[in-house]
Design a protein around this ligand. Structure first.
Ligand code: UDP
Ligand code: MG
Length: 339
């Protein structure tokens, strides 16, 4: 890495040979007028086509083009992580390679950053050229996720966003295997805002997110931000035991005060309800422990420090950052956080 730049753009690519040159051109056209230094970090996520070759050729003509080349396909979220690990910019933008996220929105994101926001994410107000199935499942997924997690993850946002260096560093310190970057950015906190955009059609080629990968991402999202599924057994078990117990009282009443009991059947139902209930409750107890073990094995930092005053160099460059920020930015806006 040769010296820090103002903006790093991270572009994950998986078999994107049809789009990558256009993406490069559109990015360059959008970024050059800003008049700040930037780098384009292309991450080749094990493409089997000529994606890497094209990027290499671009890199020969333009030193701002950089590439992280994976040995195989590790998946979109890991590719984005690798790009962030290699980014040196004061700000970092994540953008898809297929031009579904317009590069022309980046100057607006930078403007919001200058107002004092640390994360500016793109919120899709419409999605063009995507099947009703994708729109429906995406909408359902974001709402399910919101109902299951305690971290407020904004709905209808993808990974298209601009982050301040300190947010990028915070994410870099989270080394969990199953990654859901959108959620991790929300978890990291800081001042966040959104800019709205219309999500375009893919410029060329097919989606690299077949249903299988979408399900995988959804599961990663839910399991890495919620241990609620582990608790389902406990809740079910509790209710079954309760029903079993009530039914036991009913059977006892019938046996003692009426003559409507069916011999054999009643006792079987009571035993079945009670014992299945107990088993499930105990599974729920295990779930609680496994949930905690799981939280620990993620080895996430317990907190993320936004700034330090006179405490020496804590997180990467925070003290110097604050100063430089004063020079770079207009007076910090008092904008209310939209979440
Ligand atoms: N991608 C990747 N690795 C994968 C799948 C996708 O790096 O295993 C990249 C892909 O090249 C694109 C971005 O992730 O830049 C989003 O993928 P895509 O556009 O296919 O997803 P969709 O927009 O259809 O959800
Ligand atoms: Mg796409």
């Amino acid at each position: 890495m040769n010296g820090p730049v103002f903006l790093s753009v991270v572009i994950p690519m998986y078999n994107e040979e049809e789009v990558i040159e256009t993406t490069y051109r559109r990015l360059t056209e959008a970024l050059e007028p800003i008049g700040e230094t930037y780098e384009l970090i292309f991450v080749n996520d094990g493409s089997r086509d000529s994606t890497a070759k094209i990027v290499r050729r671009l890199g020969e003509q333009d030193a701002r083009v950089k590439m992280v080349d994976f040995s195989r396909n590790f998946g979109h979220q890991i590719a984005v992580t690798a790009g962030m690990d290699h980014a040196s910019g004061r700000t970092v933008v994540l953008i898809d390679a297929d031009l579904q996220d317009p590069p022309e929105l980046i100057p607006e994101m930078i403007a919001r950053w200058r107002e004092g926001y640390d994360v500016v994410y793109g919120r899709r107000i419409a999605r063009r050229g995507e099947s009703w199935f994708k729109k429906l499942t995406a909408a359902a997924f974001y709402r399910l996720l919101r109902s299951m997690t305690s971290v407020s993850i904004p709905v209808d946002t993808g990974d298209f966003r601009l982050m301040d260096r300190k947010v990028c560093d915070a994410l870099g310190s989270m080394r969990e295997q199953s990654r859901f970057i959108r959620g991790m950015v929300s978890w990291a906190g800081f001042r966040q805002t959104s800019v709205e955009y219309v999500r375009d059609e893919r410029f060329a080629g097919e989606t690299k997110y077949p249903l299988r990968k979408m399900v995988r991402l959804s599961l990663d999202a839910i399991t890495s931000f919620s241990t609620k599924p582990l608790k389902i057994a406990g809740v079910l078990g509790f209710f079954m035991s309760a029903v079993g117990f009530v039914y036991l009282l009913v059977v006892l009443y019938q046996r003692l005060f009426t003559n409507t009991t069916q011999p054999g059947w009643s006792s079987m139902v009571v035993i079945s309800l009670l014992f299945h209930g107990i088993t499930l409750s105990l599974l729920g107890v295990l779930g609680e422990y496994i949930g905690r073990i799981y939280e620990e094995t993620k080895r996430r930092p317990l907190y993320v420090v936004a700034d330090r005053l006179n405490l020496g160099d804590g997180t990467a460059g925070s003290a110097g950052d604050a100063q430089q920020r004063e020079l770079l930015k207009e007076p910090v806006g008092t904008g209310v956080l939209r979440s």
